[in-house]
Ligand binder design. Structure first.
Ligand SMILES: Cc1cc2nc3c(=O)[nH]c(=O)nc-3n(C[C@H](O)[C@H](O)[C@H](O)COP(=O)(O)OP(=O)(O)OC[C@H]3O[C@@H](n4cnc5c(N)ncnc54)[C@H](O)[C@@H]3O)c2cc1C
Length: 689
């Protein structure tokens, strides 16, 4: 917060502004900040402070180090003398030897928070007068904050006579008790301060930080690493760190009433790889302890955890992050997953909940699939199934349609195995999620999701992810789902989807088309149309041509939708699709590779120590390998599922059009042929297969 707004006319100082600029929210925050940050306390805030039993204070000590502390008393111990003045009557001040020495005029950050109601309001103030029993403040900035990551806690007052004698103990490193408290904490408070133009103390702040227990990592007895989650974009704490990389932390032992204050150096970690596996971490910061103090039995207050904040539930902790990192390293290997639950979604679709080995659930993006492998009737079979769960869920769920077969079509091998022979408790081999059909539409842009039949699976995951992200980032996506099924009974996930609409009616609209309604259907439910999706219906639900469209369903269904979407002027590049069947979508400008194919090549299959001569009429490398007795993994054989992805360590291939994502040095055996060299020599390829 910026007290010198008369000069800059901004409620934010240059550290906060720099971070807002870096993250692209500068203009928005300037407009927003000017509306919500006031130079006085509104009546509601005055009343709020006067009802509190405790309050948090951030200030800078005489050594210029930010300190976080708290004061408490019976409700009413804070008085608001006027919209710009507060007096805190706290005899406990006498016990705070550091704070007692603050000079008049010192800047103070104040956080009023009621953990029971999860309400909070904040102040930037200046010290008018400090005595052993009271602190009088003049308010410079006041604003309210959302509950965000505040866990709900009930409060109990303890009779001072029932308290053991309070004592203090200075620490230069984190002792065992400090490490234990930090590791189990789901809440702490951080004080920070900034200085400009050489002045001693221009501004001080105190902020709440909340997360799952274990969200603060103890790296060693001097160092902590802390995730920074999406918040209100004020960046009061990180903005201060930018100008003055010092922090004061306060951890509370809510059960026993001890306080742990830590003071040290703060470092922002913008682009570290460590945050990648930490659910919800936008960035990290590190704290290097310089000095600390335990205040044992300081508080005559106890709190009881009642519930975690909904935002906290969307974040992780360091143990999960480590498990996710390990899982990522193992993602290319087959691992044993346990089927923990099987749920009938419709008469022909079952959901299988899968538990990864040792709770190491690899992260994934909504729309990606798992590759499964099983021995069925003595033959190894591999198939891919899109995850219908959301990335924030703590389980994997795939939803599988039983291929019944009819006439010339035999029943589906894998779907039959899963539906008829798999039971809860069984294990199945799977590779970590993969796939390029992922949801990547920003919330301000409309997204239309069009599915037929079992093509609903990626859409459900995408919708749930977008709605989760909306809670985390406080924005509102514009999602429309259009779903085509045969009859009303076939509406898979109908209840789950309706619950999502009820939760977020302005963010999600759902329409169904029913091609062959049950004979006894009298009327269609709301937003449900008899027949198939028509071009007119499509046109009526598309809010603007500037939107992203996600398509999944049978090949001919997708081709028809694609043609209509192009007729309706939806850009080719904004239409994303995944086919569960044998063919990929034929786009207007087909992405077929025109790279020259070699006439002949020497192929070294390094794992099987086999070297063979390939010639142009041998076709794709998967067919070629199989013709020579090798047994690479494969599933769809048309470049979608990625099951035949291998590494190439020498030479180059030309791929035909495919949708599976590839990293550098990877090829898809089912779509690849040796590429001609410019000199037309016989190329040599070395492939890990
Ligand atoms: C990226 C991706 C994601 C997918 N996600 C899902 C999902 O979320 N849910 C889902 O249910 N499916 C999904 N699939 C499809 C899935 O991978 C399987 O293809 C599907 O379950 C059928 O496999 P199966 O072994 O049961 O059938 P298969 O035995 O492979 O048979 C498939 C079809 O071919 C017919 N057939 C087989 N042999 C012959 C023959 N000799 N002559 C004529 N016809 C024959 C069968 O009758 C059947 O209709 C996905 C596919 C891909 C590529």
């Amino acid at each position: 917060m910026n007290a010198i707004n008369k000069q800059t006319l901004s409620p934010f100082h240059q550290g906060e502004q720099a971070i807002q600029q870096r993250l692209g929210v500068r203009d928005k925050m300037e407009r927003f900040g000017n509306q919500v940050i006031r130079d006085h306390m509104p009546e509601q805030h005055r009343e709020f402070y006067q009802n509190l039993s405790y309050v948090f204070i951030g200030y800078t000590d005489l050594n210029n180090r930010p300190q976080a502390t708290m004061l408490w008393g019976a409700p009413g111990f804070i008085e608001s003398l006027s919209p710009t003045q507060l007096i805190i009557n706290a005899p406990t001040l006498a016990g705070d030897s550091v704070m007692r020495h603050l000079p008049a005029g010192a800047k103070i950050g104040l956080l009023g928070i009621d953990l029971q109601t999860r309400r909070r309001n904040r102040l930037s103030a200046r010290l008018i007068q400090l005595t052993d029993t009271s602190i009088k403040l003049s308010v410079e900035q006041a604003f309210g904050n959302c509950p965000q990551y505040i866990q709900q806690r009930g409060l109990e007052h303890i009779q001072p006579s029932a308290l053991p004698a309070a004592s203090t103990s200075d620490i230069g490193h984190l002792n065992a008790a400090a490490i234990q408290l930090i590791k189990q904490s789901d809440t702490f408070f951080v004080a920070s301060a900034y200085q400009l133009s050489g002045s001693r103390n221009e501004g001080a702040d105190i902020s709440h930080r909340g997360g799952q227990p274990g969200f603060v990592r103890v790296d060693d007895d001097q160092t902590l690493t802390i995730p920074d989650y999406a918040g209100n974009f004020h960046f009061n704490t990180l903005g201060n760190f930018l100008l003055n990389p010092q922090a004061g932390l306060l951890f509370i032992d809510f059960k026993q009433g001890h306080l742990l204050s830590l003071s040290g150096r703060a470092e922002i970690l913008w682009d570290t790889d460590e945050k990648r596996f930490f659910n919800g971490a936008e960035r990290l910061w590190r704290f290097h302890l310089q000095q600390g103090q335990w205040r044992y039995h300081a508080l005559p207050l106890r709190w009881d955890l009642q519930s975690y904040s909904p935002n906290t539930r969307l974040t992780g902790n360091w143990e999960q992050a480590e498990a996710a990192r390990k899982a990522y390293q193992l993602r290319k290997q087959w691992q044993s997953y346990q089927i923990s639950r099987i749920v009938d979604e419709t008469p022909g679709i079952k959901s299988f909940y899968l538990k990864p080995p040792s709770a190491q659930q690899p992260q994934f993006k909504a729309g990606q699939y798992l590759t499964l492998k099983a021995m069925i009737n003595g033959k190894q079979q591999i198939r891919t199934y899109t995850l219908s769960s959301a990335p924030d869920d703590d389980f994997y769920r795939i939803s599988v349609k039983l291929e019944n077969g009819n006439g010339d079509h035999p029943p589906g091998v894998f779907s039959g195995f899963l539906h008829k022979h798999s039971q809860s408790g069984d294990t199945i081999l799977a590779k970590a999620p993969d796939g390029a059909f992922v949801f990547a539409t920003p919330p301000e842009r409309p997204a239309i999701l069009i599915a037929a039949g079992i093509g609903i699976t990626p859409m459900l995951s995408m919708i749930r992810q977008a709605l989760h992200e909306a809670v985390r980032h406080r924005n509102q996506p514009k999602l429309t789902l259009l779903c085509s099924v045969r009859n009303l009974q076939q509406r898979a996930f109908y209840t789950e989807l309706n619950a999502l609409v009820q939760q977020s009616p302005d963010a999600l609209k759902i329409y169904w088309t029913i091609s062959q309604p049950e004979a006894d259907t009298e009327s269609m439910p709301p937003n449900t149309f008899q027949g198939r999706i028509t071009k007119r219906l499509l046109q009526s639900i598309i809010p603007s041509q500037d939107c992203d469209v996600y398509l999944c369903g049978p090949d001919n269904f997708m081709q028809t939708q694609y043609t209509w979407l192009r007729d309706l002027d939806i850009a080719d590049a904004n239409i994303f699709s995944e086919s569960f069947g044998p063919a990929t979508l034929m786009r207007e400008q087909s992405a077929t590779d025109h790279e020259p194919i070699a006439e002949q090549a020497v192929i070294h299959f390094s794992r099987s120590q086999t070297e063979l001569i390939w010639s142009k009429n041998d076709g794709y490398l998967l067919d070629f390998a199989e013709q020579h007795g090798l047994q690479p993994d494969f599933s769809c054989r048309n470049g979608q599922c990625g099951a035949c992805k291998v590494k190439i360590t020498q030479g180059q291939v030309a791929h035909k059009a495919h949708s599976a994502a590839l990293n550098d040095g990877e090829i898809l055996l089912c779509c690849a042929q040796p590429k001609a060299t410019p000199q037309h020599e016989t190329p040599k390829l070395s492939i890990e297969c």
